[in-house]
Design a protein around this ligand. Structure first.
Ligand SMILES: [Fe+2]
Ligand SMILES: [Fe+2]
Length: 331
């Protein structure tokens, strides 16, 4: 059973239920009637709300009673507005018992906290202005998903060392780094971004591109080693656990450094080196590559990461909580 306020990627993709839709629309109506909506609510990026934007969003969501809508269907600007209004209502308005649904149930602050946490868990698909993310912004966002797995590696390693690792975890880690990180994410960097930079004079062998390509190769090699160690582990080879633990530590170090290099060196440099026409072309080419993988590819790996987080945190033994991150837990 899901704890209050927690939602899985499945729930985010699924259409909002009638009850959830009622909570969202009641929240917006309450804000229009009771809170200083026009300019009185600031979204997380500092934009002030307007009564017109709230009314327009309310109209759109009310129409969803006949045409199902999921939270993922909403552009970022609307998600941010919903978050800001839910947060404002939780903090400032006497919500508990002040709003009643058609079912006769009163909305509590827990309903609004649950809504806000679901909204917080949504991946960004557009900018605040509603513009689709650029190819580089998408790569940057994919790093966040990769880092969620990298952050689990110390716990998985401890579980391997203690012999309490769930049997599905290690093949999932190999699958994630092989198919998503390398086959999808690195493939876009090597097939599109690096060549675009080279055309503008960036050396393919120097820093940072040469180093990054080398790190991609190191990642491939580590996953090859991990895959064979996992196979031996499942066959009961007594030496396989220490080999797995060692590769996981190397992968953690490699991807932490690699992603830092790209976020703080490669991507800012790309913004300066590539003129806007190149960046637009890169975004179009990136969309074509992504469409070849199918619309469910990214969601499949988001679900895999959710599952890995649940498994790593639920495994008994010496596993430790992962920093301050709040795991997404489902039933
Ligand atoms: Fe990379
Ligand atoms: Fe990357």
């Amino acid at each position: 059973m899901a704890k209050p306020g927690e939602g899985t990627q499945t729930e985010l993709v699924a259409p909002l239920s009638r009850e959830e839709l009622s909570v969202v629309t009641a929240n917006l109506r309450f804000a229009l009637e009771n809170c200083p909506v026009d300019g009185g609510v600031l979204t997380e990026d500092g934009s002030a709300s307007s009564e017109e934007s709230v009314r327009s969003l309310l109209k759109k969501l009310e129409a969803a009673k006949t045409r199902p809508i999921s939270l993922r269907d909403l552009p970022n600007g609307e998600v941010k507005l919903l978050k800001a209004i839910a947060e404002y209502a939780i903090k400032e308005c006497p919500i508990d018992g002040a709003m009643m649904l058609n079912s006769g149930r009163f909305i509590s602050k827990d309903d609004l906290r649950s809504l806000k946490q679901k909204l917080d868990a949504l991946p960004q698909t557009t900018t605040t202005a509603g513009r689709a993310l650029s190819a580089v912004e998408i790569l940057e966002q994919e790093h966040r998903l990769i880092l969620r797995v990298v952050n689990l590696l110390p716990t998985i390693r401890r579980n391997v060392d203690a012999g309490v690792v769930d049997e599905s975890v290690l093949p999932s880690v190999v699958d994630f780094f092989t198919a998503f990180t390398d086959g999808y994410h690195h493939a876009k960097e090597e097939g599109l971004l690096f060549p675009a930079l080279q055309l503008r004079g960036v050396s393919p062998r120097g820093c940072p591109v040469g180093t990054l390509k080398l790190e991609h190769q190191q990642g491939r090699s580590l996953m090859g080693t991990l895959k064979s160690a996992v196979e031996k582990y499942s066959e009961g080879d007594p030496g396989a656990a220490s080999a797995i633990s060692s590769v996981l530590k190397d992968a953690e170090d490699l991807y932490t450094t690699h992603i830092w290099r790209e976020d703080y060196l490669l991507f800012p440099m790309s913004g300066k080196v590539l003129p806007s026409s190149d960046q637009e072309e890169l975004t179009r080419d990136s969309a074509k590559v992504q469409s070849k993988f199918g619309s469910g590819f990214l969601e499949r790996y988001e679900l895999l990461v959710d599952k890995l987080e649940r498994s790593a945190n639920q495994t008994p033994g010496p596993a430790q909580p992962i920093g301050s991150r709040v795991p997404i837990v489902s039933s």
